[in-house]
Write a new protein. Structure first.
Length: 414
C-alpha cells in the first residue's frame, strides 16, 4: 500500500507589519517637545547663571568702591581730611561731625546702589539681545525641516510628483511627518502615472480601428457608382469618425500635457501665435470674424508643439464661439513683469462670471451641458490649454468681456 502523501504545508504568514514599530522605550524618543524643552530650559539656565555672575561681580565692585574710609586724621593736630565727604572738614563739634558722617555714608551708599542698578540693567539688556539672537538661530535650526517640507509641497503643487523630502535627522515628529508625506506622494505618483498610462494606452488602441474605419469609408465614397443614400451615409459616418479621432487625439494630448516638461527649448510666443492665426484664418474668414492684434517677441523655455496647441485652441475657440456678424478676435503677446503673456480676447455671447470655471472642465460647456454634441469641438480645448500651461509652470486666467465674449490670459515664466 502506497504511503499517503503529506499535505502541503501552509505558506508562512507575512511578518511585515505596515504600522510603524513601537520603540522599546517610547519616552526616550527625541521628540520636538523634549528637544525644545531641553533647548530653551538650558538657555534659560545659562542666561540665569550669567546674569547672577555679572550681578555678583558688579556688587563686589560696588562694595569695594564704597568700602573705603570716609575720612582720614592727619597731622599732629589731628586734622580731618576727606576726599568723598568735604563736609567733615568743616565740622566743629562731635555731634556735627557724626551727622555729617551719616549723611556722607548714606550718599555714598545710594550712589553705589544706583551704579549697581544701571550696570545690571545694561547687563540684562545685553543678555536679552544675545538670548533673542541665539533663540532665533536655534528655532530656525529646529524648524528648518518645515521649510524643506513646504518647498517640496510647493514643487509638488507645480505638478512635480517625483519630488521627495527624504528628511534626515532624529526620529521626531517632523521626520514622521516628512516620511508620511513621502509615502503619500509615492501613492499619488503611482496613481497619477497609472491614470496617464491608461489614457495613453486606450488612446493608442483606439487610433487603429478609427484609422481603418476612415480608410474603408473613404474607399467606398470614392466609388462613383455608389448610390446617393450610401454616399450621404458614408459622409455622415466619416464626419463622426473624424470627430472620434479628434477626441482620441485630445485625450492623448491631455494625458501627455499633464506631465512636467523635461526637455525645454526657447520658443517665441509671437511665432506660435502667428502660426495659430494662420491656421485659423480660413475658418475666421468663412465666419466673417476679423483677427487682429500685435504679437511682440516673448521667448519662453518649453515645448513648441504644446505651446502651439495653447494658441491654436484659444484662437479656434475665440473664432467658433463668436457673434454672427461683425465679430473680431484679438491676439497679443508681450512680456510683462518678467513673464511672457499671451492674451486672446473676442466678441461673443455673454458669459456669466460663475460659469468661467466650467469652461476648463473636460466635456463641459456653459450652464452644465456637455459639449460632446456640439459641432464646434470635442470639449477638450480649454482643458488641454490649462494642462499645458501648468506643465510649463504657468497659469491661464479667463474673465468675461463687457458686452459679451471672453478674455483669455496665459502667463508663462521666462
Amino acid at each position: 500500500m502506497a504511503a499517503t502523501p503529506a499535505p502541503p504545508e501552509a505558506p508562512p504568514k507575512p511578518t511585515w507589519d505596515p504600522r510603524r514599530p513601537e520603540p522599546p522605550f517610547p519616552w526616550l524618543r527625541p521628540t520636538i517637545r523634549i528637544r525644545l524643552t531641553l533647548l530653551y530650559g538650558g538657555m534659560f539656565l545659562i542666561a540665569g547663571i550669567l546674569l547672577l555672575s555679572i550681578i555678583y561681580l558688579l556688587a563686589a565692585q560696588a562694595l569695594h568702591e564704597g568700602s573705603g574710609p570716609s575720612f582720614e586724621v592727619t597731622g599732629s593736630n589731628l586734622d580731618i581730611t576727606s576726599s568723598t565727604c568735604p563736609l567733615l572738614e568743616t565740622a566743629t563739634t562731635q555731634n556735627q561731625f557724626n551727622d555729617f558722617l551719616k549723611q556722607c555714608d548714606a550718599t555714598q551708599r545710594n550712589h553705589a546702589l544706583d551704579d549697581l542698578l544701571s550696570r545690571s540693567l545694561l547687563a540684562l539688556l545685553g543678555l536679552a539681545i544675545i538670548a533673542f539672537a541665539f533663540g532665533y538661530a536655534m528655532a530656525g535650526r529646529v524648524l528648518s525641516p518645515l521649510g524643506r517640507i513646504t518647498r517640496t509641497a510647493r514643487a509638488v503643487a507645480g505638478s512635480d510628483l517625483a519630488r521627495r523630502i527624504e528628511l534626515d535627522g532624529p526620529d521626531d515628529e517632523l521626520k514622521e511627518l516628512a516620511d508620511t508625506f513621502d509615502e503619500m506622494l509615492e501613492r499619488l505618483e503611482r496613481a497619477f502615472t497609472a491614470q496617464q498610462r491608461f489614457v495613453g494606452n486606450a488612446s493608442h488602441e483606439l487610433r487603429t480601428p478609427l484609422a481603418i474605419n476612415r480608410t474603408l469609408l473613404e474607399v467606398h465614397l470614392s466609388d462613383p457608382g455608389a448610390p446617393m443614400e450610401l454616399q450621404q451615409l458614408g459622409k455622415t459616418l466619416l464626419a463622426t469618425n473624424e470627430r472620434s479621432e479628434q477626441l482620441v487625439e485630445g485625450l492623448l494630448l491631455l494625458a501627455r500635457s499633464d506631465n512636467q516638461i523635461v526637455e525645454r527649448k526657447p520658443v517665441d510666443l509671437a511665432e506660435v501665435a502667428e502660426q495659430a492665426v494662420d491656421q485659423v484664418h480660413a475658418e475666421a474668414t468663412a465666419k466673417g470674424v476679423v483677427i487682429r492684434g500685435e504679437q511682440k517677441p516673448a521667448v519662453v523655455q518649453g515645448n513648441g508643439v504644446l505651446l502651439e496647441r495653447i494658441a491654436l485652441n484659444l484662437v479656434q475657440n475665440a473664432v467658433r464661439y463668436n457673434v454672427p456678424e461683425d465679430g473680431w478676435v484679438e491676439v497679443t503677446t508681450e512680456v510683462q513683469h518678467g513673464s511672457a503673456v499671451l492674451v486672446v480676447s473676442n466678441t461673443g455671447p455673454v458669459v456669466p462670471a460663475y460659469e468661467i470655471d466650467n469652461l476648463f472642465e473636460p466635456f463641459k460647456r456653459l450652464r452644465g451641458a456637455d459639449r460632446t454634441g456640439s459641432d464646434k469641438g470635442v470639449g477638450l480645448g480649454l482643458s488641454i490649454v490649462r494642462s499645458v500651461a501648468r506643465a510649463h509652470g504657468g497659469h491661464i486666467y479667463a474673465q468675461p468681456r463687457e458686452g459679451g465674449g471672453l478674455v483669455m490670459r496665459v502667463t508663462l515664466p521666462i
